[in-house]
Design a protein around this ligand. Structure first.
Ligand SMILES: Cc1ncc(COP(=O)(O)O)c(C=O)c1O
Length: 405
């Protein structure tokens, strides 16, 4: 009985999809030419659906672990300069990638990615959040990595098609979502540090549960150790390249070894605070003029231009309830404000958790206790509420883009 029901569901879904994808005209393969295509086109998208036996059981929302479960299909787009550049986009059953052992990604880390989410709203509609911003950032990363750029709008349309096919994978829960991982890698089968003539752009999806498991939102403890830095002027700290993340693992381990949860990244002899873990950082305080001020480090090349960061800044400027500044924050200022009880809140911001309050910083052998959670109406909670209201469709807002299902 269970099998029959499942089969019926699969068949119904396939019937729906066949109808749905039939409207997209499949064009013949690109002709061979030396002219590099500067983008692929959504109109050329081909769809090959998984067979019923390839479809997996969806995990329970309560059992979801970040990055461990993947959906049934993926989006793949190849780039070969020798074939005219970008090839036809394809949606196909989730599969392994086969690479030449000399593939540039394996030797020179020519890789970049994005992190986005699809949310199932209170009205049942699926939405993505400011996807054009991810596309802008992805193309900026591609330029710096010597990988081909592409048209973001066409990519978003292909992505929406993938999401439509995988719609049942978007959790029916307001604390969960479907994580979207667009990835671009250099696949030339040759050693040598050079611009990539072959690349693969692909996207995989994984359902993710609440960032704050179990105890609800817990404020985090940080290690601020000036011996380590994640970025420097002229470097790639403002790009979402895999090569920025591998060197942070050791430092994160160091934090865990000291019983702390995340790393507060510092830069320069002034110990400027730049980011927290894989999030942008915000400080809310009473400034020297006695005003409430929200401060976040500037986009000076050291920090990733977060979409949550940009959204928090835009909301704050719209609310016009406190001063908003993008400027450097040295650790000495954190210590000073704290000593005068003027540091109100410190929190991280990013797609994974929206906002994450900070409880303490371990710095130069001392523990600085931050009163982020001690306020009745903390500003970080207002940001979280406003952003999740938009993402889950509790309010209508142009930042939340509904997917055509
Ligand atoms: C280093 C780093 N900083 C900040 C962010 C937050 O960016 P966003 O708000 O676009 O998720 C991320 C996550 O992508 C990140 O990896």
């Amino acid at each position: 009985m269970v099998t029959l029901t499942r089969l019926a569901r699969v068949l119904l879904r396939r019937k729906f999809l066949c109808r749905h994808v039939a409207t997209y005209k499949v064009k013949p393969a690109l002709s061979f030419s030396n002219e590099v295509q500067n983008t692929f086109k959504f109109a050329d998208l081909s769809v090959h659906l998984a067979s019923p036996e390839q479809l997996q059981q969806k995990p329970e929302v309560t059992a979801l672990q970040f990055g461990k479960h993947f959906t049934d299909h993926m989006l793949k787009i190849l780039y070969h300069e020798s074939l005219g550049g970008w090839q036809r986009p394809e949606i196909l059953p989730f599969e392994n990638i086969v690479l030449h052992p000399a593939a540039k990604v394996l030797h020179y880390a020519t890789e970049l990615f994005e992190g986005m989410k699809a949310y199932r709203g209170v009205d049942g509609k699926i939405r993505i959040f400011r996807p054009e911003k991810n596309m802008e950032r992805m193309n900026q990363s591609a330029l710096r990595a010597g990988l081909p750029t592409f048209d973001g709008e066409n990519f978003i349309k292909c992505l929406c098609q993938l999401l439509s096919i995988e719609q049942e994978w978007v959790p029916h829960s307001e604390s969960s979502s479907l994580y979207i991982r667009p990835t671009l890698i250099g696949i030339d089968p040759s050693l040598g540090v050079a611009q990539c003539a072959s690349a693969l752009l692909y996207t995989i999806l994984c359902p993710v549960g609440s960032y704050f498991s179990g105890t609800g939102e817990a404020a985090v403890s940080l290690l601020a150790d000036p011996r380590f830095t994640r970025s420097w002027p002229g470097g790639c700290g403002d790009k979402k390249m895999g090569s920025n993340y591998a060197p942070t693992i050791h430092v994160q381990q160091e934090a865990l070894g000291q019983g702390l949860q995340q790393v507060l990244w510092l830069y320069s002899d002034d110990h400027l605070i730049t980011e927290v873990g894989t999030m942008n950082i915000f400080m809310f305080c009473i400034n020297d003029s006695g005003e409430r001020e929200l401060i976040t480090p500037p986009l000076d090349g050291l920090i990733l231009p977060g979409i949550t960061r940009a959204s928090i800044l835009e909301l704050s400027r719209e609310w016009n309830e406190f001063r908003v500044s993008e400027r450097s924050i040295p650790m000495s200022e954190v210590v000073h404000l704290l000593s005068e009880n003027r540091l109100l809140e410190l929190f991280g911001a990013g797609t994974a958790c929206v906002v994450s309050p900070v409880a303490s910083i371990s710095y130069r052998g001392e523990t600085l206790h931050i009163p982020t959670e001690r306020h009745k109406y903390p500003i970080y909670a207002k940001f979280r509420q406003t952003l999740t209201d938009i993402q889950y469709g509790r309010v209508s807002h142009p930042w939340a883009v509904p997917i055509d299902t």
